[in-house]
Structure formats: structure tokens, C-alpha cells
Design a protein around this ligand. Structure first.
Ligand code: B12
Ligand code: SF4
Length: 525
């Protein structure tokens, strides 16, 4: 590994420690079933992830029982090249920097050791995008510090951004100080602040310090001014083919928009992203041209939250995609498609879409400000079935207004519509959302995964999730934490569509049998 890099970027890492669940008493599954099911499956008395179930069949070992080198070629959702990593690597080039990107630290600790052995002083930039707790950040900081105690650590990304926004600088610095983390960039669109910080470090503080930063100074932190940054879309150049991406197999993620024009009442994205910006169709074409120059690149995942809005722009992009050989995946507001659009999607290589259906009950949809009705979703889902495009229909359970009867509506929808893949997740109550402003109307209290309101509590929703899983005979459940990316990742490593489907049916059957034998979860129908 050559050391011509200016910093190391750690883009992502494993989040769930599946092995730790094996310490739980196997005879008392009913007590902790909602912690493990349906996101894990029990094999030879051990809980493993769905992807590890397949790893066991294909490689004869789980991810955590493999060497770093072996891990890089195995199934693990974080082995998909991170969009944050690529995005920052792309922008770094315009700013004259050359980072080494560790895509999934848990697959690449050996690479990090090698890099730091040659250059122990390289700054380490850690993206916290997928973390929800400080302990996940601290685990990564611990691994880095074990290898090189001198490295300057810079944190940024979605978790520190939302933590700072919700809890303020005092709470943030209290956590940073626990591990004497050198710098934290807490803004939403923080790319320019990061490179201003790197410039500042190189200048040995002779230029002004960057905005939106917390800088360790003895036993406290200096806070720099808070300034809103607009999203960088135009600054991200179509130079993907010039980047060194060791984690690349056959799939890359890109975005053609930032922000979201909707305002679903459970979602914090409109509050945090503030503005919604899209690249023009011609800019999208330039990016596709660059991607087409990457040997072996087969599939693209567009991470735009509302890829098919505005509809005319989406139609043009789909037509452009027809000119390339890529398969593609994206989020889809399925209420806005018609027969022509779905046919064009199929013709342009669409392999899978994620549908935020959330509920099939019109009253709940209205409470969620989803601006769609059950009939709109039914029409769109029928078209995806007609053109045989894979999709994951995601449901949120326990939103204010939810009752046993509205849960039954979801079961009926999934069953009657022959939904291909579905995912279930309990309502997560964030205080920077619209539903929080309406809390009195719903008698809603609590926060995060622990809440109650006039018609349900979080523990009821958790149990109903499993009952719902037991009640749906033909559609296939997918882990909500990996969802569409599960399908894309298996495709990335060459698994055929029917094989992916059969594995998932097998996994769900094992979970169902375990729940039936060892818990009180039962079908509701
Ligand atoms: C793709 C994706 C996934 C994929 C990831 C696959 C992969 N290998 O890449 C999968 C499906 C696995 C996934 C899982 C999860 N995800 Co997700 N995911 C996303 C999504 C759609 C895109 C992420 C992304 O690549 N963004 C693009 C990059 C460019 O943006 P970014 O990472 O935010 O980075 C920006 C800045 O923060 C900055 N930046 C990034 N890193 C750094 C580092 C430094 C030092 C600095 C200064 C700046 C910086 O640069 C970027 C440009 O502005 C986002 C939503 C979104 N539109 O962003 C959610 C999102 C990141 N996910 C989220 C969550 C909560 C999860 C889960 C934890 C739960 C869930 N199911 O939703 C799980 C993981 C749990 C688990 N148990 O395993 C949240 C994170 C919230 C938070 N941390 O506060 C998001 C924001 C969605 C949301 N609004 O709720 N996810
Ligand atoms: S849930 Fe999706 S569509 Fe709704 S506001 Fe959030 S990002 Fe936008």
C-alpha cells in the first residue's frame, strides 16, 4: 500500500454485534424475542444475521469468524462501497486532497494497521452516518487509538450532526472529551467545513479556523461559528472512474438530489436537510458516463430520497438510463407511477425499488401526512408486480392512531396485493419532527424507541410486529435494517434473483418455527 495519502477516511463499520445475543438464555426467547427476531436467525443454537446464514452455506463460516482478508469478499452489508466515503473522496480531489478510504473498518483493520505503520500521523476522519449511539463511535475510536495513539481524529456525518442539533454543544463535548476526540464537524452539509479544517491543520493554525467545529483545547473544546451550508451537488464531479475504490465489486451508490420535498410527520429529514436540490438530467448523464468507464461496474444504487419526484425529471432520467447497460435500484414514491413509467423503468434496467408505504390505512396515512392513499399504493404495487420489478414495501408500526384493526389492514394489503418483499419497523419518535408538535392531540409521550400514545405503546407495537410476521403466508419479509440493500448486495456478489428469494424464504421459515415452538407469538389471522 503506497502512502501518498493526506488522510484516512473510515466510512462505515459493522453495527450489530450478533454474537452478543448468544449470551441470552435460549429457553427464555419469549422475553427477548423482539430484540432478535425477525432480524436474525438461529443456526445450531446461535443467532446470526440473514447474510451470515448465507455466508455459512456458501463459505462454511460467519463473517466474524473469518480473517479480514476473507471478510472483504463475504456478504456483509457494510462491504457495499459507502456513498459518504465516495462522495467525500470525490470532493477531496477538487480540494487537492487524496484520502485513503477504509470502507468497512471491520473488514479492513489490517489495511488501517499497515497504513498507520508507515504514516502514524495521518489524520483519521470518521463518518458517523450510520451510528445511533456514542458507543458505536467510541468502538471505532478505540480500534484506531489501539493502532496509533497519536492520530488526530476528526468526527463528522449524520449522527454527530443530529446529536449536536438535538442535544447541544455541552452534551456533545462531554462525549467527545471521554475519548479526547480532537475535532468534531457537526454541520449537516459538512464537506466544505471538513476540508477547511484540513487546510487549517496544514497551515498550522495560520488561517482562520473552520466553521461548525469543536476543537479540542486542553480539557475543553473551542466552538467555532455555526453557519448553514448548502448541499454540494454541482461540486461533486463526474470523476468516479478516476477514484481508487478497493471495496468495489460491481455496485456503486450515487445521488442526484439532496433533501426531500415532502414532510412526513414522523421524519426528521425535512427539518435537518432544510433545502431540496436536484441535479439536472444532463448532469446525471455526465455521472453515468463516468460510471460507464469503470470496468465491471454492473449496478447503481441511487440514494435520493424521492428519485421519482418531479415526475418529468424522473421520466427523462429513466430514458437516459436506457442508453446504458446498468441495472439500478432506488427509493420510489410509488403513488406517482403509471403503466408507462413502470414499463420504462423495467426497460431501463430497474432491478429493485424501496417503497415507503408506512401504512395501508388511510386514517394513519393522513396522520403521517403521507399525502397518499391506500388505493394509490395498491395501483403502484400492482404495476411493479406486472413488470416484475423487485421491491421492498416498508411499513411503520405503532404510529399515533394505530390499533389492532389498522395492523389487520396492513396484513390484508400485503396478502391481497401479493407484495413481493416487505419490511416492518416500529415507529421511532424523534422530537425534531412534526408529530412531536402534534403530541398533545395524540397524547404522545416518550422518545426514540420508547413511547406511548392514546392507542398503543411501543411494547405492543413490538409484539404486533412479530404477530404480523407470523400472519403473512406468501410475501417475503426482509430485515428492515438492510432492506433493498440486502437484494442489491447479493446481486452485487453474483447471487441470482431466485436464489436470493429462496434463501429468504428458508430464513423466514426457520424464524417462524422458532417463534412457534419457543414463544407466544402467533398469527393474527
Ligand atoms: C444507504 C443507506 C443505508 C444503507 C447503507 C448501505 C451501505 N453499505 O452504504 C443501509 C440499508 C444498510 C442502511 C442501514 C441503516 N441506516 Co441508513 N441510510 C442510507 C441513506 C439512504 C444514504 C446514506 C448515504 O450514503 N448518504 C449519502 C452521503 C453523501 O451523505 P451522509 O452520509 O449523510 O454524509 C454527508 C455529511 O454528513 C458529510 N459526511 C459524511 N461523513 C463525514 C465525516 C466527516 C468527518 C465529515 C466532516 C463529514 C462527513 O458528507 C455528506 C454530504 O453532506 C441515508 C439517508 C440519506 N439520504 O442520507 C440513511 C441514513 C444514513 N440511515 C440511517 C439509519 C438510522 C440507518 C439504520 C441505523 C436504521 C435504519 N434501518 O434506517 C440502519 C443501520 C442499522 C443496522 N442495524 O445495521 C439514518 C441515520 C441517522 C443518524 N445517524 O442520525 C439516515 C440518515 C436515514 C434517516 N433519515 O433516518 N442505511
Ligand atoms: S419519510 Fe421519506 S418522503 Fe417522507 S419526509 Fe422523510 S425522506 Fe421525505
Amino acid at each position: 500500500m503506497k502512502n501518498d495519502h493526506d488522510f484516512i477516511l473510515i466510512a462505515q463499520s459493522n453495527i450489530v454485534d450478533y454474537d452478543s445475543y448468544n449470551l441470552l438464555d435460549p429457553g427464555r426467547l419469549d422475553l427477548y424475542k423482539s430484540l432478535v427476531y425477525p432480524r436474525m436467525v438461529r443456526v445450531d443454537s446461535n443467532f446470526v444475521s440473514h447474510l451470515d446464514y448465507i455466508n455459512l452455506q456458501v463459505y462454511g463460516r460467519t463473517y466474524s469468524r473469518s480473517s479480514y482478508q476473507q471478510r472483504r469478499d463475504m456478504l456483509n452489508i457494510w462491504n457495499i462501497p459507502s456513498m459518504s466515503g465516495l462522495h467525500l473522496q470525490n470532493y477531496a480531489k477538487s480540494r487537492g486532497y487524496n484520502p485513503y478510504v477504509i470502507n468497512n473498518l471491520d473488514s479492513e483493520v489490517d489495511c488501517l494497521s499497515e497504513l498507520l505503520a508507515n504514516a502514524p500521523d495521518l489524520p483519521i476522519v470518521i463518518s458517523t452516518t450510520f451510528y445511533l449511539q456514542w458507543k458505536e463511535v467510541f468502538r471505532i475510536v478505540g480500534i484506531v487509538r489501539n493502532i496509533s495513539s497519536n492520530s488526530k481524529i476528526i468526527l463528522g456525518g449524520a449522527f454527530v450532526n443530529s446529536f449536536f442539533t438535538e442535544s447541544g454543544s455541552k452534551e456533545t463535548t462531554r462525549n467527545l472529551l471521554k475519548h479526547r476526540i480532537d475535532f468534531c464537524v457537526h454541520s449537516f452539509n459538512s464537506e466544505s467545513d471538513l476540508f477547511d479544517l484540513l487546510d487549517w491543520l496544514q497551515s498550522e493554525s495560520s488561517i482562520s479556523p473552520p466553521n461548525n467545529c469543536l476543537l479540542l483545547d486542553g480539557s475543553s473544546y473551542i466552538e467555532t461559528p455555526i453557519v448553514w451550508n448548502s448541499p454540494l451537488l454541482a461540486e461533486i464531479k463526474p470523476i468516479w472512474h478516476e477514484l481508487d475504490i478497493p471495496s468495489l465489486k460491481s455496485t456503486l451508490q450515487i445521488r442526484s438530489a439532496s433533501g426531500c420535498p415532502f414532510s412526513c410527520s414522523f421524519c426528521s429529514y425535512p427539518t435537518t436537510a432544510k433545502v431540496w436540490e436536484t441535479s439536472s438530467e444532463e448532469e446525471v448523464r455526465l455521472h453515468l458516463d463516468s460510471l460507464a468507464k469503470i470496468p465491471n461496474l454492473k449496478n447503481i444504487i441511487f440514494i435520493d430520497d424521492t428519485f421519482n419526484v418531479p415526475v418529468n425529471r424522473f421520466k427523462s432520467i429513466v430514458n437516459i438510463l436506457k442508453e446504458y447497460d446498468f441495472g439500478w435500484y432506488s427509493f420510489l414514491r410509488v403513488q406517482f407511477v403509471d403503466d408507462d413509467i413502470v414499463r420504462a423503468m423495467k426497460d431501463s434496467g430497474c432491478k429493485g425499488v424501496y417503497l415507503g408505504i408506512e401504512s395501508s390505512n388511510d386514517h394513519i396515512l393522513s396522520n403521517m401526512n403521507k399525502q397518499a392513499r391506500r388505493s394509490d399504493f395498491a395501483r403502484g404495487v400492482a404495476l411493479l408486480n406486472k413488470y416484475d420489478i423487485d421491491y421492498v414495501a416498508a411499513f411503520v408500526l405503532g404510529f399515533p392512531g394505530e390499533t389492532l384493526s389498522t395492523i389487520h389492514d396492513n396484513i390484508t394489503f400485503i396478502t391481497e396485493m401479493n407484495v413481493k418483499y416487505y419490511a416492518l419497523k416500529e415507529f421511532y419518535y424523534m422530537h425534531n419532527t412534526k408529530v412531536h408538535r402534534d403530541r398533545n392531540k395524540y397524547n404522545l409521550s416518550g422518545s426514540g424507541g420508547r413511547w406511548k400514545h392514546a392507542t398503543m405503546t411501543y411494547s405492543e407495537a413490538t409484539n404486533l410486529k412479530l404477530d404480523m410476521f407470523m400472519s403473512i403466508p406468501n410475501s417475503i419479509h426482509l430485515d428492515p435494517d438492510t432492506s433493498l440493500w440486502h437484494l442489491a448486495h447479493l446481486d452485487d456478489l453474483g447471487f441470482r434473483r431466485d436464489v436470493v428469494r429462496d434463501y429468504q424464504i428458508e430464513i423466514n421459515e426457520l424464524i417462524r418455527e422458532d417463534l412457534l415452538s419457543n414463544s407466544s407469538s402467533r398469527s393474527l389471522v
